[in-house]
Design a protein around this ligand. Structure first.
Ligand SMILES: C[S@@+](CC[C@H](N)C(=O)[O-])C[C@H]1O[C@@H](n2cnc3c(N)ncnc32)[C@H](O)[C@@H]1O
Length: 209
């Protein structure tokens, strides 16, 4: 982190795409398709990283992406320029989004709520910028059970340092489901990935009126 709490992980940003190549092809592709499926209107890609979601968005959608880490953002910007994606890139963090209330038809988060430093404030911002009836779609890795959770708890401090601030033991699904600003449209757990980064939860929440 920088002194003003802006995340800045140059090494993590440099290795992110090469480290994810296999997982993108073998695991993540159908889940990214799910996140972007049929989204039109105004869409926010929260914590966009290097822009791995950009190729999946429908060209009819107006896509904004936020990425507070300047090293990630630089790679996302190159991806936009190289492929001429029509994505507007912003630097605000999830807990302090630079958009008006009810601005988006959909917010997408892929592997971001493991990393945000203020989970509650970030979810509150998703609520604020999503219009009533709009969808929050997510794919997140979460705390496991039994011996796998004990492994996660043991390696968590080192992992957080190596993996750009990522927390392994968050109970993200139950925190999302218990937020009474949303109706759960769909929420599934997948025994995907390799301990300590497994399982994953994926789903859609609808913002209540
Ligand atoms: C594991 S990466 C996922 C990137 C991308 N969403 C993807 O699917 O490949 C987590 C991302 O969250 C970003 N991040 C960290 N803190 C954040 C915050 N407070 N608000 C928004 N994004 C944040 C990191 O910089 C990083 O790019």
């Amino acid at each position: 982190m920088t002194q003003d709490d802006t995340p800045a992980h140059p090494l993590f940003a440099a290795i992110y795409d090469p480290a994810m190549t296999h997982a993108e092809r073998m695991i993540l592709e159908p889940h990214r398709e799910y996140l972007a499926d049929d989204l039109t209107g105004t869409v926010l890609d929260l914590g966009a990283g290097t822009g791995a979601m950009f190729p999946y968005f429908d060209e009819r959608a107006t896509v904004h992406a936020t990425e507070p880490d300047p090293h990630m953002r630089r790679r996302a910007r190159s991806r936009i320029e190289d492929a001429a994606f029509d994505v507007e890139l912003h630097d605000s963090g999830a807990a302090d989004l630079s958009f008006p209330d009810d601005h988006f038809d959909a917010v997408v988060s892929s592997m971001v709520f493991c990393t945000v430093d203020d989970f509650a404030a970030s979810l509150s911002e998703v609520r604020r910028v999503l219009r009533p009836g709009g969808e929050f779609r997510f794919l997140e890795h979460v705390a496991d059970d039994g011996w796998r959770e004990r492994v996660q708890t043991t390696v968590a401090p080192v992992w957080k340092r190596l993996a750009g601030g990522c927390h392994l033991t968050r109970r993200t699904a139950s925190r999302f489901a218990s937020d009474d600003a949303f109706d759960v449209v769909e929420m599934d757990r997948f025994e995907l990935g390799v301990t300590p980064v497994r399982p994953f939860v994926r789903g859609r929440l609808r913002r209540r009126s």
